[in-house]
Design a protein around this ligand. Structure first.
Ligand code: ATP
Length: 239
């Protein structure tokens, strides 16, 4: 069985079918990109994986265990963490405290949580900003803090939702480097991202969706050259 697998997952919101029978899997440490135009169902898939929204149908497996009916906090404790498209730091807390809050998932000791948080801030190039209020950070640093917060729960699978949105080209390159570094540390990653540079720079496999349905999935070059993918992104006359 794969390390992580979604099997024919479906999500209906009333009459709207946001996700229809999507299946994909990934192995430990693998990075996959989830792409699709606005409103195609990418964030909903993340919300289903975390059980922020219950599935309408389908199954989700992590490390051989079915997880789709577990509560969100249990899924996180098992090792799946995520970031949000709209970053959500605890604004009145320092950068360090934001990351420590997550580290308490696996320890009751303040000194251990602090030590782990400092390690993660070093890893995410945020160590020099540890005492700043989170609300004082630039967008790029907030995105980094969002990743650091997710890492603080010690995930084996990380869901990254538009980590590079709003970043300039240099910051985008830095985000790609952070993602690669996380992957090298053995953590599997699913990336939702509109910037193809980020997807192509990091992903070993791409799943392309439109209107909640799979267009195709597989090797990145093949997927982005698929006529239906080009059509979904650029319109009929480019296909
Ligand atoms: N809580 C909800 N209630 C009703 N409809 C929803 C809800 N969440 C998402 N949708 C709808 O489901 C569809 C998929 O939305 P989703 O946010 O998953 O797309 P997305 O691919 O992440 O888009 P974007 O790239 O713009 O972030 C959209 O039509 C959206 O309006």
């Amino acid at each position: 069985m794969a390390f992580f697998e979604v099997r024919r997952i479906v999500k209906n919101f009333g009459g709207l079918c946001a996700v229809h029978e999507i299946s994909f899997s990934l192995e430990k440490g693998q990075v996959i990109g989830l792409i699709g135009p606005n409103g195609s169902g990418k964030t909903t898939i993340f919300n289903l994986i975390n059980n922020f929204f219950p599935l309408t149908a389908g199954e989700i497996y992590f490390k051989g265990k079915r997880i789709d009916s577990l509560p969100t906090h249990k899924i996180c404790a098992l090792g799946i963490a995520r970031t949000f498209q709209v970053v959500k730091p605890l604004k009145r807390m320092s950068v360090l405290d934001n990351v420590m809050a997550g580290a308490f998932l696996h320890t009751g000791s303040t000194s251990q949580a602090r030590a782990r948080a400092l390690e993660i801030l070093e890893f995410c190039n945020l160590i020099n900003k540890r005492d700043l209020d989170a609300k004082k950070l630039t967008i790029a640093d907030r995105k980094r803090l969002e990743i650091a917060r997710a890492l603080s729960t010690d995930p084996e699978l990380l869901l990254l939702d538009e980590t590079a949105a709003g970043l300039n080209p240099k910051e985008t390159e830095e985000a790609i480097e952070v993602i690669k570094k996380i992957s090298r540390s053995g953590i599997a990653i699913i990336i939702v991202e509109h910037k193809m540079k980020v997807i192509m720079g990091t992903s070993e496999k791409i799943v392309a969706i439109n209107f909640g349905r799979e267009i195709t999935q597989g090797e990145p070059r093949e997927v982005i050259n698929h006529p239906e993918v080009i059509k979904a992104y650029l319109g009929d006359h480019y296909a």
